[in-house]
Design a protein around this ligand. Sequence first.
Ligand code: NAX
Length: 409
Amino acid sequence: MGQTSRRYSVCLKFPTLTDLMRIRKGILGSGCGGTGGKSEGSATRNEGVETMWGRLTGAMRVLPRQPVALWNGAGMRAMSSFAKKPKVVSVTGAAGAIGYSLVIRIASGEMLGKDQPVILKLIETEPGMKPLKGVMMELQDCAFPLLHGLHGTADLEEGFGDAEHCVLVGARPRGPGMERKDLMTANAAIFETQGKAINKAAAKGVSVLVVGNPANTNSLVLAANAPDVDSSKVMAMMRLDQNRAMGQIAEKTGCLVSDVEKVVIWGNHSNNQYPDIHHATVKGESAMKVINDEAWMKETFIPRVQKRGAEIISARGASSAASAASSAIDHFRDYVYGTGDMWHSIAIPSKGEYNTTPGLWFSLPRKCLGDGKMELVEGLTFNAFGEEMMKKVEKELIEERDAVKHLLP
Ligand code: NAX
């Protein structure tokens, strides 16, 4: 990716009394931090996006400071939106299909809570800068009170600067005649560079969610190139697979998705993953007993979850975007706020649990305890079919790791 200093930004800060008086008089309307600004009326069409965002600075300054009703994942409560320090969230591939859906939801407070201001740093390739401008304009037009800063850049260190959470969506799509292996090498190289930049520029304690495929092996490459980042905070997204599996079980049993618990996606975000319902419950009853249809599980459910991405492409003519963005939101919200005894499939480096090869980003069931703390669900057993599925997906992850060995320092 071209490393340039090209960037766009919106700086939002709280108004002082003097600012408010000047805004009222129409003499403050553009420029970060309110210095040297033009009035809104004086900006012309050709002054560019920076100037338009400068206008936003003035507009948004007068918005907050009002108590608002908030939802923070634990329930409704009233609180000033200024109670918390803004968190920096960096998103790569922000102008792509998933990114477009994702950044709006982050800025609206769905990921980190409706009382948590955010500063968004959006990272794109050079060709992605133009559509990114458009995405940023839309973010501006949403007038989210929680959006306290907005920056767009192709420069990695700038984009990851002080990031507390990173959602890495940007990756190359598979081109004509490109083998999976070629795509893997091309994308893994992106994550090597991004790992180095995160290591250098992100905040201490940064947590990273890798969405770009192959997500599990990209996570491995990223963590290997970010030695100062806690590798257990580098996670490959499996939540979409989990949500897909829950949706299928809800449909099959005629229940609500919220009635379905303890579904596990073992292994990789790929066609070889093992969506496992042996421990799952529907309204507290064993899903295996409620469904009572092993053939459906093996011949319909598992392949459907594994290949859901392709099914969506053939129906929609485009890959899953809104559901992937929604799953990234679910993942981070639950990771930050915790969900008690609920199980989530999350891929972080294996320590050999469930006889998996240490160091692979092998998805296992975990409980989210809040503040990024997780606990492995232990003691689950497999039948012969499950053992075979586990071996198959582990073999795939080992092959992927071996294909990117040259990128592991
Ligand atoms: P798009 O092609 O619509 O968007 C990708 C965006 O990333 C583009 O705007 C592109 O300019 C940007 N980009 C490419 N390289 C970049 C780099 N080095 N730095 C910053 N930005 C970069 O793809 P989209 O549908 O948004 O999918 C993005 C990725 O998510 C793909 O790798 C896709 O395979 C993966 N997915 C992962 C899922 C998961 O569950 N883990 C599910 C959905 C999705 O398939």
